[in-house]
Design a protein around this ligand. Sequence first.
Ligand code: ADP
Length: 230
Amino acid sequence: MITFENVSKIYDNGYGALKGVSFHIAKGEFVFLVGSSAAGKSTIIKLMMKEESATGGSIFINDIDVNALRHREIPYFRRTLGVVFQDFRLLPNKNVQENVAYAMEIVGASNKEIRKNVPLVLSQVGLSAKAKMYPHQLSGGEQQRVAIARAIVNNPVVLIADEPTGNLDPETAHEIMAIMEEINKRGTTVVMATHAENIVNDMKKRVIVVERGIITRDENEGGYGYVQSN
Ligand code: ADP
C-alpha cells in the first residue's frame, strides 16, 4: 500500500531532512508517525502527497510510483488520498455540507452521488445536526470532524493526518481519535503524524519513530516511548 525505500530528502537550501527512510505500510493498517519537532514527519507526509519530491530512493502508494508522477498526473493522484491538517483548512464561506460537497464537486461527482454521500459521511463523524452551520459557528473539534468528513467522502485509499489533534483539548482529541479508529475499522489505511504522547500510548497501534531524518524505531502496538526534547 505505502512503501518508502531508502528515501532521502535534501531541501533546496541543502538541508538533509530525510536520510535513508524505509518502511512499508499494509492496507488497513493504522500507523502513528512520531518524533520531536523538526524530525522529518511533515516531510514524509509531503512526500506522500507529492507536495515535495524525494531526492533519492523510491516511494510507492497504491502501486503508483510517486517519484515518476508527471506534473499533470499529480491532481489525479492526490484524489486517491484523504488529508487532514492541524488547522482544519475549511472554506469559511461554505457551510458544513457545502464544504464536504465541494470535495466531491471538484472530482466531478454527480449531484445524485453528492446528495447520497455527504449526509452519510456527516453522520459517520456525528455532525448530521450541524450540516447547515458555518465553520466559525463550530468548535475546533467539530471543525476537525468536518475536515475528516471531507477527507473520506471520496473513499481515499489512505487517510493522512498531520497533527490532527494539535489544536484540540485532550477530551476533544480523544473523540477525534475514536472517529479515526472507526474509519480505519471500515478498511481505510490511516497514517497520522503526531506529538500527542497520550494518544499514541492509549491507542496501541503501530508506531514509527523518526528522529533527525532517520527511522529509529518501528513497533507494532508501540508507545510513544521517549522523552520529548521540546
Ligand atoms: P516535523 O514535521 O517532524 O516537525 P519537518 O519535516 O517539518 O519536521 O522538518 C524537518 C526538517 O526539515 C526541519 O529541520 C525543517 O526546518 C526542515 N525543512 C522543512 N521544510 C523545509 C524547506 N522547505 N526548506 C528547507 N528546510 C526545510
